[in-house]
Structure formats: structure tokens, C-alpha cells
Design a protein around this ligand. Structure first.
Ligand code: SF4
Length: 221
């Protein structure tokens, strides 16, 4: 048997534990496969910074695949035969990357994170990052859906894997659940709000600044 039925309950039900958030499906025998996928999605949507840090998928199809594999492993069922690989042109295939300008913007955010990571610079104070995060959380350019799409861009995976120094800084604010992707810089705001001023000044130059919201904290002296 190589197919795992998603319409009947496996032994023990649809169990799932997310160690990074401490969440477990509270009713594995009372929630369908699709219902469990939706619960995992909701849990991750509320924890974007943790998902970014640990590269956890935030789209339903990926989560469904993850729950399938998780269950197979748990009940000792063989893994499915992997499908033939598909090709993503240039490594960029996402709804947020609709034109060449989007790819240029993606480079702004990626460059900022790489520069900060390699500089060895620390983060701003908790007071400062919380004040910045409060502005981002209410900003029209802060997008949670785009952040979810951004996580699916192949370069995002390699980027987060190459920013080990930043992960060690334990970047958290009290507004993390509302922090998404800054549409002006294509940088996750959960990172951006902690970045030291010299890195921001260097990477967010005169060509990018007009795209920021007028109330953006980056524009404040
Ligand atoms: S424009 Fe400024 S305030 Fe708005 S999301 Fe981007 S960084 Fe945050």
C-alpha cells in the first residue's frame, strides 16, 4: 500500500506537532485531513517570524504534503515516489514576482539581509524594534499574503539558510503576528524592524525611499 487515504482517519488520527511553537492538533480523531491542514495554516499564519526562521511552509498545498509525510512517518508507511522535478525559471516563480521590477525589489531585501548578516552588526534595542514594528503592523505596504508568497520563492529558502548570524540575534517583537513583507523593499518586516540604522541607510537608498509609506519609520531621522 503506497497511497495514504486523506478521507479516512489513520491510526491515532491526524496528529501533528509543531515543536517550534509548541502547538499540537488538539483533536486528531475529531478533525479531518483538510481541517487539520487548515489548523496548521492558521497556527503558522499567526507566527510568521518563527516560520521564516525555521523555513516552515505557509501555503495549504505544502502543508497538506507535510501532514501526509508526517503521518506516513508516524505510522510506518512507505514514502510516496517523488514526482519528476519541475523547473522554476531563474529560480523565481511566485505571484509576487510578476515583472522585472519585482525581481529588482527582491534583490533590495535580499541584499539588506545578506549585508547585515555578514557585517556582524547586532540589532536595535527592544524599545526601538517594537516602536518600528507597531508602525509596520499598521502600514498599507506591510502584506501578510505577500510574505507567504515570498516564502515560496526559491531564493527565500537559500537566503534564510545563509543568514545564520541574524537567526542567532533572536529577532522578536510584540507585533510579530502582524508583520509580513514590506512591499517597498521586499524585505520581511520581522527582520527589517531590527536592522541597525547604518545598514538601512546603505541598502535603502534614494531610489527606494520614495516607495516607502510617508509614515514609514525608516524616513524618520
Ligand atoms: S514602508 Fe516602512 S512602515 Fe511600511 S511596511 Fe515598509 S518598512 Fe514598514
Amino acid at each position: 500500500m503506497s497511497e495514504l487515504s486523506h478521507t479516512t482517519f489513520p491510526p491515532g488520527g491526524w496528529q501533528f506537532t509543531q515543536p517550534q511553537t509548541g502547538w499540537s492538533n488538539p483533536s486528531p480523531m475529531g478533525t479531518t485531513f483538510d481541517g487539520t491542514v487548515a489548523k496548521i495554516y492558521e497556527m503558522r499564519r499567526k507566527n510568521p517570524a518563527i516560520c521564516l526562521r525555521h523555513k516552515l511552509p505557509m501555503d495549504m498545498p505544502s502543508i497538506a504534503k507535510e501532514l501526509d509525510l508526517y503521518t506516513r512517518r508516524r505510522i510506518g508507511m512507505p514514502m510516496p515516489t517523488p514526482p519528476a522535478p519541475t523547473t522554476a525559471i531563474g529560480g523565481f516563480s511566485s505571484p509576487i514576482l510578476s515583472n522585472i521590477m519585482d525581481i529588482k525589489k527582491l534583490a533590495i531585501g535580499a541584499g539588506l539581509l545578506m549585508e547585515w548578516n555578514s557585517s556582524g552588526a547586532g540589532k536595535v534595542s527592544e524599545f526601538e524594534s517594537n516602536a518600528r514594528a507597531k508602525v509596520c503592523a499598521e502600514c498599507r505596504l506591510n502584506s501578510l499574503p505577500n510574505y507567504e508568497h515570498w516564502l515560496k520563492v526559491p531564493v527565500a529558502g537559500s537566503l534564510t539558510a545563509r543568514t545564520e548570524q541574524l537567526k542567532a540575534l533572536k529577532l522578536v517583537t510584540s507585533h510579530d503576528a502582524k508583520l509580513g513583507l514590506c512591499d517597498a523593499t521586499y524585505c520581511p518586516t520581522s527582520y527589517l524592524v531590527h536592522a541597525p540604522r547604518p545598514i538601512l541607510d546603505k541598502r535603502i537608498g534614494p531610489k527606494v525611499r520614495p516607495n516607502l509609506d510617508a509614515k514609514c519609520w525608516i524616513l524618520q531621522p
